[in-house]
Design a protein around this ligand. Sequence first.
Ligand code: OFO
Length: 170
Amino acid sequence: MINEKVENVLNAQINKEFYSAYLYLAMSAYFDEIGLYGFANWTKVQAREEVDHGMILFDYIIDRNGTVNLQQIDMPEKSFENPLQVFNKIYEHERSVTESIECVASMSEEECDMATRNFINWYIAEQVEEESNVMDVISKLKMFADDKTALYLYDKELKEREYKAHSYKL
Ligand code: OFO
């Protein structure tokens, strides 16, 4: 059985992960519209990873004999200005997800739920990777500035990103 407070924050986290997927899909559609198909691919792959993040939490609650409580997913924003602005937004968003994951960790500690505390370590490490990947894109976009050729070549590189299913099992 899982502690009720911990169960609530895990359910809220499922919602945040699915919202992340929606947000990345909105960004992917934007990139597709402006012809940056590599950026569209990168954000679409990320959306699939976010669904995995949500599903891992879903399965974990069930494994602990808890109750999954799915909540309404907010509508993501859909108007964007340029690639750098989008990636700055992504960074801001991922920072807020990191904070939220850290709150799950501290709630599980407060409630002496060491199984969840241990489980959530996977997400803490994943957030380090996500923030770092986003910062990498931001640095390159800043370096290219208005160089369209560099952007074109980088877009081709981002087209190579492939989806790999994420999984976690107790
Ligand atoms: Fe699920 O890590 Fe991004 O939001």
